[in-house]
Structure formats: structure tokens, C-alpha cells
Design a binder for this molecule. Structure first.
Ligand SMILES: [Zn+2]
Length: 257
């Protein structure tokens, strides 16, 4: 069993499946994937995600606004609105939110405020927050700490060991994508090795960042076992065991208040 904790189900390249998402999900199920969290990036995709989730017992989704979105979209994500959207049982998390100074430093205040509102909503509905951070680790940590956020995932982790330890101390889980399988990612593997197994999650972040041996191709949930394989090699356990542990971690995270 494998859980893809972060896939953009509304953005996948479905050309190999005649445009049919169900077929892509079935392929992933054949590869052992038993759960999918579809991730929202703006406030328009949640409708499509809620429809997908209503059709599949093994699909849930998040609601939120990505920090690379336009400030006008971020502004729509008030705490009240996020709380309202997050009522459904099929909404498993808030996000993806966070800070991205790599793509833009024009709207730092808007990004920070929007991130904080996602955390406020996450606390109100008792569901974790999915955090993206790029070139902004200091401010990301500051907000997590200042808002006393303890229930979250730092997704697609690419930071250093100190950052890993700091978010783990806050109570967060750390999710690795296919990057951990890349040839040039030895530093990241050295960090990953030190993340306690019981705080580890896996994701594809599809359609981006396909793991080796599919690097450069369009990514999809069926490749998440390859992320598990890269981590299993570091921990010296079987791929199956890593898949099971990370799936159990995700279940525990969803139940935490
Ligand atoms: Zn994402």
C-alpha cells in the first residue's frame, strides 16, 4: 500500500488515458496506491476536486491557495471562507499554502497573511495544513511558530537538516517527492535519512517532478512507489514496509486534532 499525499489531480496529463482520470487512478491502484490526496492551488479547483473525491472512496482533497497565485486570488481566501469550504469529510487538509520567494518577492506580505489564514482555518476545522516553502525557510518557520501551528505537512521537502528538525519540533510531518530519487540529490538524501520513520510521508506532486526512472516525463500518482523505493533504500527497509509506514503516518496525521 502507498499513499500519494500530494497530487494535483486536476492538472495531470491524461493523454495516455484518453482523457480519463479514472483510468489514471486505476493504473495507480494496480501499482499499489491505496490513497490519494488531490491538492488545490486556487479557489476554483476545489469544485472539480470535490467531484472527483465524491466518485472515489480512496480520494480526498485539500482546499487552499498556493503562494504563487495572484494576490487577488489569495485575498479571496479569508479564514471564514476556508473554514466553510473545509467542512466536507472529503476535505482532508488546508492548502497548499506557504511562502515562495523564489517565484516572486513582490507580494511577501500577501503570501504571509494568506499562509496565516490557512493556519487559522486549519486549527478551527482540526485538519492539517499543507505547506510549500521555497527560498523562504526562515519566514516559513517564523509563521509556523508564531501561529503555533502543530498540525501540518511540509511538502516536497528540499531544505536542510536544521529546517527538518525545526518543523519536526513543531509537530509537523515531512513529505518527500521524486526529488529524493534524483542523482544530484545526495544532500537531500542525507537529510531524509535523519527524519524519523514515523514522521515521514511520500508524494508525487504530480504532474511535476517525476521520480527516477521517469524524470522529465509527466508525473502521475502511479509513480509514488518509486519515491518510496528511494527512501526505503536509505532506511534499509523494503519498499512495501515504507509504503505501509508512510500510509499509517498519513492516517494518524488526519486523526490528530
Ligand atoms: Zn503542489
Amino acid at each position: 500500500m502507498f499513499t500519494d499525499t500530494h497530487c494535483h489531480l486536476t492538472m495531470l496529463d491524461l493523454t495516455p488515458y484518453d482523457g480519463c482520470l479514472n483510468k489514471a487512478l486505476d493504473e495507480a491502484r494496480k501499482a499499489g496506491v491505496t490513497k490519494f490526496m488531490g491538492i488545490s492551488v486556487d479557489l476554483d479547483d476545489y469544485l472539480a476536486l470535490s467531484k472527483i473525491a465524491s466518485l472515489h472512496h480512496d480520494v480526498g482533497y485539500s482546499v487552499g491557495v498556493h503562494p504563487c497565485e495572484d494576490p487577488s486570488v489569495m485575498a479571496r481566501a479569508t479564514t471564514e471562507y476556508l473554514v466553510e469550504l473545509a467542512q466536507s469529510d472529503k476535505v482532508w487538509a488546508l492548502g497548499e499554502t506557504g511562502l515562495d520567494y523564489y517565484h516572486s518577492q513582490d507580494f511577501v506580505k500577501e503570501q504571509k497573511d494568506c499562509f496565516a489564514r490557512h493556519i487559522h482555518a486549519s486549527k478551527q476545522v482540526k485538519k492539517p495544513v499543507v505547506v510549500h516553502t521555497r527560498s523562504a525557510k526562515q519566514d516559513t518557520l517564523e509563521i509556523i511558530r508564531a501561529e503555533k501551528s502543530t498540525h501540518g505537512i511540509l511538502h516536497c521537502f528540499t531544505e536542510d537538516l536544521d529546517t527538518a528538525k525545526a518543523v519536526l519540533d513543531c509537530g509537523y510531518y515531512i513529505s518527500f517527492s521524486g526529488i529524493v530519487s534524483f542523482k544530484n540529490a545526495q544532500d537531500l538524501r542525507d537529510v531524509a535519512k535523519q527524519v524519523p520513520l514515523d514522521r515521514l510521508l511520500i508524494e508525487t506532486d504530480s504532474p511535476y517532478l517525476a521520480p527516477v526512472p521517469y524524470r522529465g516525463k509527466s508525473n502521475e500518482p502511479k509513480y509514488v512507489p518509486h519515491v518510496a523505493a528511494a527512501l526505503a533504500a536509505l532506511y534499509g527497509c523494503s519498499v512495501e514496509k515504507l509504503g505501509k509506514i508512510t500510509s499509517e503516518n498519513f492516517e494518524r496525521l488526519l486523526k490528530e486534532a
